[in-house]
Design a protein around this ligand. Structure first.
Ligand code: GUN
Length: 293
């Protein structure tokens, strides 16, 4: 069994970003990312802080906006409009999920698709379906695909089963795996909470992507011997023995599943660092496309 290391592959992606940033800066362009958080959800706050920190480490221009939970839809639309018009900002991310008074779909549609480094705007969803490389692909599935490529896992002709159908992970993951080319050409099945007899489907997977959002949901009975398992889950579960009072666990019951696998990603140390690395890569791409590099 091989452990697929998220931090190691993320570092490779980030070193490519550093090289591109150096070139862009030499030509007078600094990629800029704006990250917007509405409210004070602790997990979202932690994500936004680490995105901002990574930008600074790479020498990107970073704008972090932490708005009160009472922010209204018109206020947020106004902020998005200002970021759309700001030439120093090449990427805009509004952290999901927002508070209930915010219509998230309308906010996503208000972001300039050329700055939509999350890949959530309908224009970018369509570009992914159309296999148009100028589009932005959501960072988490893009990171999962890169992990498979870097770990030398052949996707061509493999049966990939994606568990989860979210717009952030499941759907774009399925589209990436079925697209033509490196990291694609797979036969893809998408399973979800209404799937009948889930274990009989997941046991067919050569590559199993767990993106359900439920701690330790995927057990040994779900996995074929020799499968490759990518665990997208980052679930906070209570842990009185830890200083923070919680620990992070994946969607996969690692202890019982790992011994059956050819390769698996751990949590933490798997997909998580890749999401941030791909966000940096998407921001660099947005800048390059904006300045015609
Ligand atoms: N919440 C969880 N993952 C993501 C992500 O990739 N982007 C945004 N904007 N919010 C998220």
């Amino acid at each position: 069994m091989t452990l697929i290391s998220g931090p190691q592959v993320a570092e490779k992606v980030l070193s490519e970003c550093r090289r591109d940033i150096t070139q862009l800066k030499a030509d007078g362009h600094t990629p800029g990312l704006a990250v917007v958080l509405v409210g004070d959800d602790p997990a979202s706050r932690a994500y936004v802080r680490s995105k901002d920190k990574k930008c600074r480490e790479l020498g990107l221009h970073s704008v972090k906006l932490e708005l009160p939970a009472t922010t209204t839809q018109p206020e947020l639309l106004d902020i998005v409009a200002r970021l759309n018009a700001d030439p120093a900002i090449h990427g805009i991310l509004v952290q999901s999920p927002p508070p209930p008074q915010i219509d998230e779909a309308a906010i996503v549609r208000a972001i300039d698709p050329a700055k939509d480094v999350d890949g959530f705007h309908p224009v970018n969803v369509a570009k992914l379906a159309l296999e148009d490389p100028s589009g932005f692909v959501p960072c988490t599935p893009l990171g999962c695909q890169r992990l498979l490529i870097e770990a030398g896992i052949e996707t061509k002709g493999a049966h990939a089963v994606v568990v989860g159908r979210s717009m952030i992970v499941g759907k774009p993951m399925a589209m990436l795996l079925m697209a033509k080319g490196t990291g694609g050409d797979a036969t893809v099945t998408v399973a979800h909470s209404r799937t009948r007899d889930l274990p009989s489907i997941t046991r067919q997977a050569d590559i199993l992507i767990a993106a359900i959002g439920r701690p330790h949901f995927i057990r040994a009975e779900h996995v074929k011997a020799g499968a490759v398992v990518i665990d997208v889950g980052i679930n906070r579960v209570e842990d009185p023995s830890s200083e923070k009072g919680y620990k992070l666990v994946g969607d996969v019951a690692f202890e019982e599943v790992a011994p059956k696998c050819r390769a698996i990603t751990p949590v933490p140390g798997g997909v998580g660092p890749m999401t941030i690395a791909m966000l940096m890569a998407n921001t660099v791409k947005a800048c390059r496309q904006a300045v015609g590099h």
